[in-house]
Design a protein around this ligand. Sequence first.
Ligand code: NAP
Length: 248
Amino acid sequence: MTSELAGTKALVTGATSGIGRATAMELAGLGAHVVVSGRDENRGNQVVEEIRSAGGQAWFVATDLHDAATARALARAAKEQLGQVDVLVNTAGIYPFGPTEQIAEEQFDAVYSLNVKAPYFLVAELAPEMAMRGRGAIVNVTTMVAEFGAAGFSLYGSSKAAMVLLTKSWAAEYGPSGVRVNAVSPGPTRTEGTASMGDALDQLARGGPAGRPGSVEEITEAIIFLVSDRASFIHGAVLPVDGGRVAV
Ligand code: NAP
């Protein structure tokens, strides 16, 4: 096991599946101590077991993120488990799509509660302490459809566009104290969450130079880079990992 992140204390939301799970496993593989979070106990415990059997350190904290109280409670539980949190990766997200006129208010609230409100209050709870220690890294997982208008993505795309601006706001707010805040903006990626999309995922990916969906490993690589000291001069960046889709 390499130890680039030895002893780093990390909280990953959405770590029971897809991009978040791969990120938690990679962080632990690099020596970080990781709190794995999500709602599903079975999947969470499985991730923790996999990390531990590979020699890493991880704990599962089950949380249904939907408001400031649940976000702050998760942040506090992670601090209790780890002593402090140096790295926060905001991966938990839902991505329903459909015509604006068919989106119910409950669905609107669910998307903004998980995709925007939860990371907002996780950062509110954790970033000031990182700033006091003069060190920390936060990575928000956004999406390529936060970068351009696409029919059917008004709700999801706008929630992640809020995260794009928050990434820059927090870089301005906490960066001068040594906390780097960045975002990774994936294109279509094969995960449990997108499995039901089948060929539609390939279609969505076809417009970019790579012409194919990404893998979780390809997205995770960028997240780990932004967390690591290799990205020490990078603040407030939104790194597209989308096969070139937003570039062309
Ligand atoms: P996924 O496989 O659908 O997993 C979603 C994760 O979020 C799970 O760990 C889930 O955990 C957690 N989650 C969902 N609702 C939650 C809630 N109320 N409280 C706490 N945790 C909750 O997701 P993914 O495809 O890897 O996507 C991860 C992130 O990347 C998302 O933010 C997504 O918007 C973004 N993204 C994905 C793609 C893509 O094509 N896959 C593209 C661009 C951006 P539980 O089920 O255990 O609660």
